[in-house]
Design a protein around this ligand. Sequence first.
Ligand code: ADP
Ligand code: MG
Length: 622
Amino acid sequence: MGDKPAVPVQNNSSGLTIYLRLLGYIRVYWLIFIASVLGMWTFSAMEIAFVDLMGYLINVLTVITGETVEGLHIDVGSLDEGLTAKVAKWLVTGGDPLSQSRVVIPIMILIIAVIRGLGFVAGNYGMSYISQSVVDRLRNQVFAKYTRMPTAYFDSQMSGHLVSQLTFHVQQVMGATTDALKVLIREGSLVIGLLIYLFYLNWQLALIFFAVMPVIALIVTVVSKRFRRLSKRIQSAMGDVTQVAHEAVSGFREMRLFGGESYEIRRMETASKHNRQQTLKLSLTEGISTPVVQLLVAAAISTLIWMAMVPDILGTMSTGGFTKFLLTAGLLAKPLRQLTQTNAVIQRGIAAATVLFDTMDSEEELDDGRLEPETVRGHFVFDNVRFRYGSKLEPALQDISFSVEPGKTIALVGSSGSGKSTLISLIPRFYRHEGRILLDGAEINDYRLQNLRRHIALVSQQVTLFNDTVYNNIAYGELSKKSPEQVREAARTANALDFIEALDQGFDTLIGDDGVMLSGGQRQRLAIARAMLKDAPVLILDEATSALDTESERHIQAALEQIMKGRTTFVIAHRLSTVENADRILVLEKGRLVEQGSHGELLAIKGRYAQLHSKQFATETG
Ligand code: ADP
Ligand code: MG
């Protein structure tokens, strides 16, 4: 099996499939969605009704002024044009048209405004509600996915990019689902409504508009592709910005001490410049495409006017009718502009969603084992175990075969880089090994992952602490079920109680980001307390006491020996004196097991172990 490189699945699906998948998230909120779309349609309909009413108003005015100036009779026929006219006529119940219209038209304007406002509120809030919920779900899903990713995934990704997915990418998707969707539906339906209305008013003239539509569609398609390409680069640049910031912030001591300021500033400038350049390119594309579309619309309107002024056509329409037609055509410009502008936002969202979906689709930690024993004895057999990191050609481990009786202690020694940490990281299945590792006679891959890890406590080289209280750092995760007495006892055994009680608020002290308030030795003692509290049958100590001074190490050593009793323990220690009492010592060299035996046996064969031992003995005494 080995270690599969965690290259994300290449998502070749088109923008549309991605957008549809994004919209698939909306399904849950279909009721709100429908209400919101209805709201937007109401808004659009009222917009058109307003135009219609204006046309009616002009007709009324021309008829009335026509009568007063030229003494003509009211042409009732031209007052019948349009939808609002019908409503108005129904409201105007005979009598003097001027005084009646004076009341009816303003009231209708107000009513239209109120309905339009209600539609706007429903449409806007509904869409915001949906998109916020979508983004919320998306973010939580990606985060939850991170918790299930294999170790190799984290090895291959930059943490800055992973963080940026939860912040920047999600934000971009929000743009596509909130504003863009709103504009898409509101302005899109307005455009459709206006076009239908144009057809209704004069279908021959309306055809002119349809002639430019394919050209607009073509422009939008070409521009969309470019938007998406640029957006991908912007998002990646933002990942770089996060990465550099993170490294400089967490490594600020090294930066200051080694004079890395200008190097870091340059790195940030490069990342930021890349971001700026791509964003500017995007703006330029957006800036050009929008006026071009507007120009096309203007050309259509010009043609329209030119055509409409042909006497034959002019004669078939009333002044109000013609005004309505032109107003409607003019109204098309704004939503069309907004739609083309929004396209940039949509494409950004799609580019971001592609990355998020890639993450969601990438392979999780394999967990197909079914064994779930309540507890294990801790009998291990390594049978021809091999392992190679995905990024490396050389195997990190090969031909590793040994076995451990339950409750025994195995020490791993070897020069740095010989594969000790790699070997022990195979036990909790942080990586997939080749060959066989048996725990109590069953392949560790056959255990359920969660179950396997429940049997193992680990204190590693790098102690990770959380920005929480001392108490919660010891009783972390599933350990929070332990009683306060147990937590205290674990801290005492780990020789940590003294320093914890000396803290301002004892166990309730907040230890800051990754435990900045603590010394290396204190951090390590908290990690040991955590492992002790876990009380698991298998214990792994990877340089667990490396940050301790000789004095506290001696204290802890006693405690560790106490806790190692009855547990299968794997110890890696930089000081060979601490491994002398192990039941068996394995000597690793370049990923191979070169010697194994007890301290006495290994000294007797005068091999690699004896060599390491005499070297260290010389440095420690001399
Ligand atoms: P040790 O703990 O004995 O010092 P490790 O097990 O950490 O050694 O490393 C063994 C080898 O594997 C080294 O050559 C190291 O460079 C390599 N290695 C360790 N971790 C990784 C990783 N995450 N990705 C790629 N190579 C790694
Ligand atoms: Mg190591």
